[in-house]
Design a protein around this ligand. Structure first.
Ligand SMILES: [Zn+2]
Length: 109
């Protein structure tokens, strides 16, 4: 099994996988990659900033079988429909019954 970090562009639905763990990348690293992509979209500065932060905070670490690893869009941003991704790797799909990020415990005082 291998690990990758998955980024998804909300503007064009492209996805990009980064080799390794989420913790290996600083936010600045991720911002830099996202920014490069967002330059291709004609966004003004505030919009670009909002998208950039959104993409980075949505970045998810995925576990993938080694045999599927080279099918990931590691090299460049790729249209989501044109690439292979493991089931349930993008939020909003089936299989995300217990969304860990949206269920914040409020009970702690
Ligand atoms: Zn895009």
């Amino acid at each position: 099994m291998d690990l990758a970090v998955l980024l998804k562009c909300p503007v064009c639905n492209a996805v990009r996988a980064l080799d390794g763990r989420r913790s290996e990348y600083s936010k600045q690293d991720l911002y830099a990659r996202v920014k490069t992509h967002l330059r291709g979209h004609d966004l003004n500065e505030p919009k670009m900033a909002i998208r950039k932060y959104g993409i980075v905070s949505d970045a998810t670490e995925i576990v993938i079988p080694s045999e599927n690893y080279q099918q990931l869009p590691i090299e460049e941003w790729t249209e989501r429909d044109d690439t292979w991704l493991p089931d349930g790797s993008l939020s909003g799909g089936e299989g995300s019954l217990s969304a860990p990020e949206s269920s914040v415990e409020i009970s702690s005082r």
